[in-house]
Design a protein around this ligand. Structure first.
Ligand SMILES: C[S@@+](CC[C@H](N)C(=O)[O-])C[C@H]1O[C@@H](n2cnc3c(N)ncnc32)[C@H](O)[C@@H]1O
Ligand SMILES: [Zn+2]
Length: 277
């Protein structure tokens, strides 16, 4: 796992004895029971428990495993297959802000003509714990996308779905011929849900292309839009708990949604592809 580096001195981290990784300066990290590493230095934690909490992670897993967002996965895989060309068939793919791991497993695995070594990180230890426990062939670690414990030029494909990112860090870890795929909400994402909460729906806007332009050339934007036909109050609640709405809206307004047993909601994504300059 030589593409993983020590968060303190940036030297490669190597597995030494069975469940420990160390660098040449003897900084040492124990592999957790579930098979992940915690590589987030305490001084990079902005709170005791940064990132998504246990309930958010559980809701995300429950909803994603129902397959509602699988058309997005198909779009990503098709784009990788038709638009990207790598120098080797063996690539290292990295899921930045991986959540509970559904996308790293489903979107980066089994790509036509490619064998992928899959890495994933998230600042939430609940996210990483759940990812590592379920997807044992991938390698997950706790870290911040703003300060990645990954060696320079060691990844070929970076996937970032609805997560924060820092273009300079992506540039540093990406190989010369690598790609970054960023998925973000397009104008009407979850529109019907938002309309039940707010008086006026404000379509999503984005500055991702502008933000990435300091380090990357923009290759393309592909918009993927489909309908989520949700048929139970339970599934609806899973979706609601994945969104910021659940955590920032008062209970009376949330009842406009939680009182419903079904709802058709628009899923609307932009998939942006970037290449190093
Ligand atoms: C909306 S979720 C998306 C998760 C996953 N990509 C998905 O689509 O299911 C955003 C994720 O970013 C993580 N996150 C927030 N700040 C982060 C940071 N500085 N570094 C790494 N991950 C971070 C959160 O813990 C959360 O899991
Ligand atoms: Zn070190």
């Amino acid at each position: 796992m030589s593409s993983i580096i020590c968060p303190y001195c940036q030297n490669p981290l190597q597995p030494t004895e069975e469940r420990t990784y160390t660098c040449e300066n003897n900084h040492s990290f124990d592999l957790a029971k579930q098979g992940y590493l915690n590589l987030l230095p305490v001084n990079q934690k902005k709170s005791k428990d940064p990132g998504d909490n246990e309930m958010m992670i559980a809701a995300r897993r429950s909803f994603l495993e129902l397959g509602f967002y699988d058309p997005l996965i198909e779009s990503i895989k098709q784009l990788v297959n038709t638009k990207l060309s790598f120098q080797s068939d063996n690539i290292t793919a990295f899921d930045a802000g991986c959540g509970e791991g559904y996308y790293s497993e489903k979107a980066l695995n089994n790509l036509p003509h490619l064998t992928t070594k899959i890495l994933g990180t998230d600042i939430s230890k609940y996210a990483v714990k759940n990812a590592a426990k379920k997807y044992k062939n991938n390698f997950y670690f706790v870290s911040s996308v703003y300060n990645l414990p990954i060696a320079d030029s060691s990844t070929d494909l970076i996937l970032s779905i609805f997560s924060p990112f820092k273009p300079e860090e992506f540039k540093r870890i990406l190989s010369n011929s690598g790609y970054v795929i960023i998925v973000s909400p397009a104008a009407n994402h979850l529109r019907e849900m938002a309309e039940l909460i707010y008086e006026n729906f404000r379509p999503h806007t984005t500055n991702i292309i502008e933000k990435m332009s300091t380090e990357f050339n923009h290759d393309s934007t592909t918009r993927t839009t489909f309908t989520l036909d949700i048929k139970s109050a339970e599934d609806l609640l899973f979706l609601l708990k994945m969104t910021p709405y659940y955590w920032s809206t008062d209970i009376e307004r949330l009842e406009n949604i939680t009182s419903k047993k079904e709802l058709s909601v628009t899923a609307d994504f932009n998939i942006d592809i970037f290449k190093s300059k």
